[in-house]
Every structure is written in structure tokens, then in C-alpha cells.
Write a protein that binds this ligand. Sequence first.
Ligand SMILES: N[C@@H](CCC(=O)N[C@@H](CS)C(=O)NCC(=O)O)C(=O)O
Length: 204
Amino acid sequence: MKLLGRLSSINVRKVAWTLDELGIAYAREDWGTGFRDPRTPDYLALNPNAQIPTLIDGDFTLWESNTIIRYLANAYGDDAFFPADPRRRARLEQWIDWQATDLNSAWRVAFPALARGQIADPNAVAASVSTWNEKIALLDAHLATSGPYLCGETFTLGDVVTALSLHRWLCTPMTRPKLVAAESYYARMRERATFLPYALPDVP
Ligand SMILES: N[C@@H](CCC(=O)N[C@@H](CS)C(=O)NCC(=O)O)C(=O)O
């Protein structure tokens, strides 16, 4: 098994953490900003998006981080980590898809501006902060009743994506509402030894 991508990327960390949770041995190569250029023909043959991460599992190559982690959990995980029951699985996938779509869209202007100092229209940054906070408030309301984890009593694939997303939200210098359930969930996730190597500063 091989993972291509730098660990400063949240999307690479999702995959690395999932591999660790599943106890899968793998090699990782640093690709992406500051490392090897994913716009080279060899890399583009594996991932035509010129983005990281890319996973190579024997003769099978896959890109798109949330698809990669679903594949790994499906192929190598147990029922607790990625339930086979259609409704339990759909509930978990609902949050994974929400992260890739609604939540990621919300921080798209605010995060690079506030965490990385990229030039942006201040009104657009304020609007992005506001939407980002609204999305996390929605997650907070869910976490207030979901149990210790995103989907109940056990740690699942959904927690990998959620904990890393909350890490980004909490580490970005901006005005945030006090969201008790989200913050106590995040603190609980930090007690998990497998999370700590990936609770790193974010680079988009
Ligand atoms: N939808 C893709 C997004 C991947 C993505 O945006 N990757 C960023 C890093 S987080 C990237 O490739 N950046 C360019 C680079 O580092 O060269 C996924 O989830 O895998």
C-alpha cells in the first residue's frame, strides 16, 4: 500500500489516520506544495487532478480523499468502524459527504485568508467565516445528542473526517461562537492516540 501526499494536507491526513486505525502498513511519499510536483506526467497518470492524496493498493489506484477512506474502511475495516447496516452506513456517509461539499465550501475563502494570509476581499472573508460558523453550529447541535462519537457509541470513519474538520475550525484565527458539544467532542478525539500525529497545522 502506498499513499502519495504531504501530511500538511488535511485530505492526506484523513487517509493516513484511516490507514493507522485499520492497522494497515503503508509507505508514504511527499507530493504536493513544497515537495514533488503532482503536475508531472507520471503523477497525472495516477491522478489527473494533479492533487493529493492518491492511494495505490497493489494494482488499484484511487483519488478523492473521502472515496479513498470509504474504500479502505469497506475493504479492510470491521462493522464497528464502517457499519454494513444500510441506515447506519448512510448516516455516517451523510456526514462524510456533507464535509466534502457543504462544510468545505464554507471555509474556502476564510481559511486561506486567515490561516495563510492570502489576499481576499474582507467582505467575502467575513461572509465565509459566518457560513463556516453556521455549519459548525449545525454539527454542534448534532454532537450534543449523538453520543460520545459522531454516530453513537463507537468510533467510526465519520469521526476521522469530523475531528480533522473541527481541528481546522478551532485552529483558524477568527471569531467563533462557543460551541460546547463540538469542543468537548474535539477534546475527546484528542484523547485518541491515533489522532495526535494528525492534529497538525493545516495547509489547504
Ligand atoms: N477533493 C479532493 C481535494 C484534494 C485537494 O484539494 N488537495 C490539495 C491539498 S489539501 C492539493 O492537492 N493541493 C495542491 C498541492 O499540494 O500541490 C480530495 O478530497 O481528495
